[in-house]
Write a protein that binds this ligand. Structure first.
Ligand code: SF4
Length: 154
């Protein structure tokens, strides 16, 4: 039987520079690497999928909008990226997603509060919100115990 797929933030997956600052954030947890080896992981960077370049200005959610540190409204690009991530999740019928914490797209528990002062607040990024609204479970990279347990039950 084909192995069920898992949607993951592309910066955790590694191999292509996608982060706003171009830096690496690839995950080396053995479980994550095993899932990668098994071909389960479907990487997506919602911000790049939404048409944003690498590097790009830092951006944070401000209510329903997303603004860069210079005040430019990039809600359209973030929305397009969230829609692309959801499309991919549906296409591959993923069992859940593992997304990078704190990101205005991928954060699943905390995000920066929109003040660009390094302050986090409970909340979720736009892609995480789209996935959850469609019924997908979204874990952060620190939740692999729970993710592994869920996968074992399937
Ligand atoms: S949008 Fe998500 S996948 Fe892309 S760099 Fe940010 S946290 Fe990583």
């Amino acid at each position: 039987m084909a192995k069920r797929k898992i949607l993951v933030s592309e910066c955790l997956y590694g191999g292509r520079a996608v982060r706003y600052d171009g830096r690496d954030a690839s995950l080396s947890d053995p479980r994550f690497l095993r899932w990668k080896e098994e071909g389960r992981l479907i990487p997506v960077c919602p911000e790049v999928s939404g048409g944003l370049p690498v590097p790009r200005p830092a951006a944070q959610r401000a209510g329903e909008r997303v603004l860069t540190c210079a005040g430019k409204d990039v809600t359209k690009e973030y929305t397009a990226g969230a829609q692309a991530a959801l499309r991919l999740a549906k296409e591959h019928d993923v069992v859940f997603a593992v997304m990078k914490q704190d990101s205005p797209s991928c954060g699943s528990k905390f995000i920066y509060d929109g003040t660009f002062t390094g302050t986090k607040t409970p909340g979720q990024g736009m892609a995480a919100a789209y996935l959850r609204d469609a019924g997908f479970t979204v874990f952060g990279e620190e939740d692999l115990d729970e993710a592994e347990a869920l996968l074992a039950r399937l």
